[in-house]
Design a protein around this ligand. Structure first.
Ligand code: NDP
Length: 335
């Protein structure tokens, strides 16, 4: 059996600690080293997470005989770190949003392609059993012609994450680049079509710092004429999440499914009543890492590719443009 991948973790982060290090190990992979901009924090993080090495230097990490990096630093750092990994011939699984500007994201994808390394975007939701059940049901015509989708992704940002996301515009803060970008990917994945334009309104509900939105509502127009509404927030403590698709022959109601945990359910409502879809819960991050590992071995593609990361960013950036101008904004990927 092929050995698991040897990974370097770029960023001493919450997401790696809570989900990705475990997923890498469960996939048979090995976490070789972690990079932090702060040597002491990096050392402590490595110790807490059983990682043999830590370093302040990306080139030291890249030189550690690793196959892949998982980049989960704040968003403004993803580009330079991806370009360096590609140059070193190391595969890249990068967090979303890939970058702050589309031209940067395109450069990252092009660099990985030119270097012949695999690049994936860690959009976890398309790995959820509920979201995949929604996609299969739409693709197999269970709702007839899909007319509308609704995404409920308003959550409460937990106190331990109330840092750069709500304070630091240079790091790509705000709910749109944090959560709408996931909605964008999930909508494309479930509906199997591309967004054309978006109209959105942002809110500052008391959590975001000056000029940083902590809530948003909007409507996306897709190629077929389908309309999708989305609601994302950092400020709602008691809302539930969900994803719905409404068509000519039926409605799919996904509840508690826009989350990191393998939970939630999907019901199909049609002329013959209510039918709960078969959903076998599965760790979303393990599925993402496994697909990435398979892609490195020449089997298939990452669950979400670099191009998918560009496309999700394009919709999020268009939503911000719309909120700023008060007008409908076209979703332009430049691909
Ligand atoms: P964190 O806030 O935990 O970490 C981001 C950076 O902040 C780290 O790289 C680290 O710098 C620095 N940092 C961490 N802890 C401290 C501390 N105690 N004091 C000072 N600095 C600290 O980020 P997240 O894990 O929440 O998010 C990281 C990335 O992952 C983002 O791009 C985000 O969008 C994405 N993400 C994706 C999710 C998904 O499900 N796909 C879910 C959550 C986040 P250094 O590395 O230099 O030590």
């Amino acid at each position: 059996m092929a050995r698991g991948l040897r990974w370097g973790i770029v960023g001493a982060t919450t997401i790696a600690r809570e989900w990705m290090i475990g997923a890498i190990r469960e996939s048979g992979g090995e976490v070789v080293s972690v990079m932090s901009s702060d040597a002491e924090r990096g050392k402590a993080y490595a110790k807490q997470n059983g990682i043999p090495h830590s370093t302040k230097s990306l080139s030291t990490l890249l030189g550690k005989d690793i196959d892949a990096v998982y980049i989960a630093t704040t968003n403004e750092k993803h580009k330079a770190q991806t370009l360096a990994a590609a140059k070193a011939g190391i595969h890249v699984l990068c967090e979303k949003p890939l970058a702050l500007k589309l031209s940067d994201a395109r450069q990252m994808v092009a660099a990985c392609k030119a270097a012949g390394v695999v690049m994936g975007t860690n959009h976890h939701l398309r790995n959820a059993a509920t979201i995949r059940a929604l996609r299969d049901a739409v693709a197999s015509g269970k709702v007839g012609k899909a007319l509308y989708a609704r995404v409920f992704h308003a959550v409460y940002l937990p106190p331990h994450l109330q840092g750069w996301r709500i304070k630091d515009a240079r790091a790509g803060s705000g709910v749109v680049m944090d959560i709408t970008v996931h909605d964008a990917d999930t909508l494309r994945f479930v509906l199997g079509e591309e967004p054309v334009s978006v109209t959105a309104y942002t809110q500052q509900g008391g959590m975001g710092g000056a000029g940083i939105e902590d809530g948003v509502m909007g409507v996306v127009r897709f190629e077929s004429g389908l309309l999708a509404q989305f609601h994302d927030a950092f400020t709602t403590q008691y809302a539930t999440t969900g994803f719905e698709v409404h068509g000519t022959e039926g409605s799919l109601i996904g509840t508690n499914c826009m989350t990191q945990k393998p939970v939630g359910e999907v019901v199909l409502r049609n002329a013959s009543g209510e039918h709960k879809l078969d959903v076998t819960p599965e760790n979303l991050y393990l599925r993402s890492v496994t697909a990435f590992q398979n892609a490195v071995r020449g089997k298939g593609q990452p669950a979400a590719t670099g191009e998918d990361g560009i496309r999700s960013m394009a919709l999020a950036l268009a939503a911000l443009r719309s909120a700023r101008t008060g007008r409908e904004a076209l979703v332009e990927t430049g691909l």
